[in-house]
Design a protein around this ligand. Structure first.
Ligand code: NDP
Length: 448
């Protein structure tokens, strides 16, 4: 697909020129602008009043040095980022990613997507994202702590409970959030909900750990139900074995499906009897080891080197939960050939545009990340809410709110697609529904 509207095509050209060498960001913007053609045709005010030009430009980009000392006493230097993309409907909100592949373009793409995702949750949160090219793999707990403290020493100048509230993402889980929170509290001498994904003893919300994976399954179940189908009795393949993948596996199993494969960046496991996710939790959350270790728990399972091979495993439902662009056209064709009926994205932008086109052309139900994985940030917003009230809801209360939010996201995206003549296209529906709320808020604020 290409952008036909001349104005939007020019905006796209400018984005490419002003953000050279950032293909992930270009990809994310192109998808949204393609979806918005029908919107600006019906309401040119979004172009005339500069909303489109503004929404593709971050409000603020913070880039900083992160010096820390490793266990050998050697000074290490990493680069830190926080991109505060859009605060039209609430304080900036979005995770922190620690991974060697992180650079400005990755954070920009994630921050941009976050604007629309956060809007879709129906909660008052703006879009932001941050991270570092620091690689937590193989580091000691003390190295992780020193890095997090140094990272927060700078970040603390730019965030706050009513300004910008970061959370976790790849490489940032409960341990990292704890160190980051501890340092913020120490520097600012205040105990506020400045981060989400906190531990339960210091302001965290029950069900936040499970939220993205559970939410993905609630969304997918609703999408399936809307087409007279469900998880029950289905074979499921899930990529990744981190926070999102583990809890997606747990919920899909609870909903009656059999999860037969999971992966990490080295390879994937196949267990025809259904993966025992308690073993995966032990390997990944407690021991922090490679997924290959699963064979020790079940010697009858198979391990294959190379993570992209996971998409050759025959399944009814595929849930990519690892990283961006992990399903290309070739993998999508194999999934289709093997009879996949639904694909829902737990990771951010895990399918390339060609892969998405392949799914849509072949009638595969496709749940885009912005909608399908919004359960994590939605529950983070519920954590903010509990922090403001200085109160805690039970697991069941949070989980039932999460369920309701995911069901609403599905129906809002589906309804927006229908309203704009794109029935069944949830990519367009999610982009349009997410955009309209933010854009209308921007119009109300004037040129700011
Ligand atoms: P984790 O760090 O907990 O897990 C990431 C998983 O993906 C690991 O199994 C990791 O393998 C694998 N992975 C990471 N990078 C690559 C790569 N380049 N190639 C292959 N596999 C890779 O992260 P999360 O589970 O939190 O995040 C996963 C995805 O979900 C990301 O796209 C994230 O942006 C998205 N997401 C996360 C949310 C959250 O609440 N955590 C909310 C919404 C979206 P290995 O251990 O080998 O690196």
């Amino acid at each position: 697909m290409s952008i036909k509207n001349a104005y939007l095509a020019k905006v796209m050209d400018d984005v490419v020129k002003r953000n050279p060498g950032e293909p992930e960001f270009h990809q994310a913007v192109r998808e949204v602008l393609e979806s918005l053609e029908v919107v600006v045709e019906r309401n040119p005010e979004y172009i005339e009043k500069g909303v489109i030009d503004s929404i593709v430009e971050p409000e603020r980009i913070i880039k900083f040095r992160v010096p820390w000392v490793d266990d050998n006493g050697k000074v290490q230097i990493n680069r830190g980022f926080r991109i505060q993309f859009n605060s039209a409907i609430g304080p900036y909100k979005g995770g922190l990613r620690f991974h060697p592949s992180v650079y400005e373009g990755i954070i920009k793409f994630l921050g941009f997507e976050q604007i629309f995702k956060n809007s879709l949750t129906g909660l008052p949160i703006g879009g932001g994202k941050g991270g570092s090219d620091f690689d937590p793999k193989g580091k000691s707990d003390m190295e992780i702590m020193r890095f997090c403290q140094s990272f927060m020493t700078e970040l603390s100048k730019h965030i706050g409970a009513d300004t910008d509230v970061p959370a976790g993402d790849i490489g940032v889980g409960g341990r990292e959030i704890g160190y980051l929170f501890g340092q913020y509290k120490r520097l600012r001498n205040e105990f506020t909900g400045v981060l989400t994904g906190k531990g339960l003893t210091y302001g965290g919300s029950l069900a936040r750990t499970e939220a993205t994976g559970y939410g993905l399954c609630y969304f997918t179940e609703e999408m399936l139900n809307d087409h007279n189908n469900s998880f029950k009795g289905k074979t499921v393949v899930i990529s990744g074995s981190g926070n999102v993948a583990i809890y997606a596996a747990e919920k899909a199993t609870q909903l009656g499906a059999k999860v037969v494969a999971l992966s990490d960046s080295n390879g994937y496991i196949y267990d025809k009897d259904g993966v025992a996710f308690a073993a995966i939790k032990q390997i990944k959350e407690v021991e922090r080891k490679r997924i290959k270790e699963y064979l020790k728990y079940n010697p009858n399972a198979e391990y294959h080197e190379g993570c992209s091979g996971i998409w050759t495993v025959k399944c009814d439902i595929a849930l990519p939960c690892a990283t961006q662009n992990e399903i290309n056209e070739e993998s999508a064709k194999i999934l289709v050939k093997n009879g996949v009926i639904a694909v829902a994205e737990g990771a951010n932008m895990p399918s390339t545009p060609e892969a998405i086109e392949c799914f849509q052309k072949n009638g595969v139900l496709f749940g885009p990340a912005k909608a399908a994985n919004a359960g994590g940030v939605a529950t983070s917003a519920l954590e903010m809410c509990q922090n403001s009230m200085r109160y805690s809801w039970t697991f069941e209360e949070v989980d039932s709110k999460l369920h309701e939010i995911m069901v609403n996201i599905y129906h809002n995206a589906s309804a927006a697609a229908k309203e704009y003549g794109l029935d069944g296209n949830l990519v367009a529906g999610a982009n349009i529904a997410g955009f309209l709320k933010v854009a209308n808020a921007m119009l109300s604020h004037g040129v700011v």
